[in-house]
Design a protein around this ligand. Structure first.
Ligand SMILES: [Zn+2]
Length: 187
């Protein structure tokens, strides 16, 4: 996948986010068409999104994406473990998605809990994974950015992803969503 294709996908994402921020109406006609087409022809998503489960960060909405456009995996703190890695691998290998995005966000409760050491017992692995990524950083946004960065680096260590990036079939990017403004910053 050459950089022209990736740049085209990125500008599509930026435009979709702009439409969302500007309150542009959702194109249900397009979505209806996509539903019918993908049901018959199968899916061919362009972007794999690893986002936070936070209900305020729904990927398809914030990028004005329809059906069949995004292959989405969500966990608290936008983390990638073994099960998530298998889903990502399926999307990039079997479905041929050319872009993988780790999407972090402001006011991330998982990051805050890991930073403050206030995570409940059932978020133990989540908090430990984030804490390992952020170290002693105390600024919330810096922690969120570090967590995205470490997530991107982790993906790039995966053999399948590494090979696809090396042969320019795949791009792995980080992005940061601001809850108040609705804007996505590409890192
Ligand atoms: Zn979050």
């Amino acid at each position: 996948m050459n950089s022209v294709v990736v740049n085209g996908i990125l500008s599509g994402l930026k435009e979709g986010n702009k439409a969302f921020v500007n309150g542009q109406a959702v194109n249900f006609e397009k979505i209806h068409k996509q539903r019918m087409e993908t049901a018959v022809k199968g899916q061919n998503p362009e972007v794999v999104v690893i986002g936070c489960s936070d209900s305020r960060v729904p990927p398809e909405l914030i990028f004005s994406a329809g059906i069949g456009e995004m292959f989405v995996i969500r966990t608290a703190g936008n983390l990638v473990g073994q099960l998530e890695m298998e889903s990502i691998s399926y999307a990039v290998d079997h479905l041929g998605a050319p872009v993988v995005m780790i999407l972090g966000h402001s006011y991330c409760g998982a990051v805050k809990a890991a930073k403050d050491g206030s995570a409940p017992y059932y978020l133990k692995a989540t908090a430990e994974t984030i804490k390992a990524a952020i170290g002693d950083e105390s600024d919330q946004k810096n922690c969120e950015l570090k967590n995205i960065d470490v997530g991107v680096k982790k993906l790039l260590k995966n053999e399948l992803i590494k090979d696809k990036v090396a042969s320019a079939e795949l791009a792995v990017i980080g992005a940061y969503y601001c809850l108040e403004t609705g804007t996505v910053e590409f890192l």
